[in-house]
Design a protein around this ligand. Sequence first.
Ligand code: 13P
Length: 219
Amino acid sequence: MAETEAELRAQMVAVARRMNASGINQGTSGNLSARLPEGFLITPTSLPYERMEPTDLVALDLDGQPLPGASGALRRPSSEWRLHADVLRQRPEVQAVVHCHSIRATALACHSRCIPSFHYMVAVAGGPDIRCAPYALFGTPELSRLALAALHGRLACLLAHHGQVALGRSLDQALRIAIELETLAAMYLEACRLGEPPLLGDAEIERVLRQMGALLYGG
Ligand code: 13P
């Protein structure tokens, strides 16, 4: 757990690089944020992660205004700052947000398909499915509104014709969930080659959620 803003900045750059190294993102698409006491830190727009330094991260309040006295360079924040801000405002338990365009999750999202309970690991996102928010232009309040509805009671969702969003109590957890979502999307696409797979029922997903809670699974 980062204790200071400087530690959080260093952690965010490391997690951003891990995101690209994991294969769930490429180039400068995708962005990350982490909560600060007065707002949040977010990756700057269009800066390759391998060139990104901790001082390049942008500190904003939840209305998107630069935090007074924030350390760091005066980079422009990610074009998705509003999505991050709106998630952090509406979900007080969330400390970090990862957004990326992972290939298989995005492929499903391009068909506006949710990921149903074909596999028990769907429950890592908090319920019996991972929803897909309808399409809206990136960076808009409409995208935030639709994403927040799809994220209700969940730690991840798909964004139609766009990508995915994952939330966590830490940057590490948000990245783990984003990677898990991509893995589930790959498994689901593969399973669908033999036809739509049978699903686990809501009662079984409830048992899975209890088991995950008891084992502190994915924490
Ligand atoms: P930024 O470089 O502005 O963060 O945008 C990338 C992206 O993924 C937009 O959805």
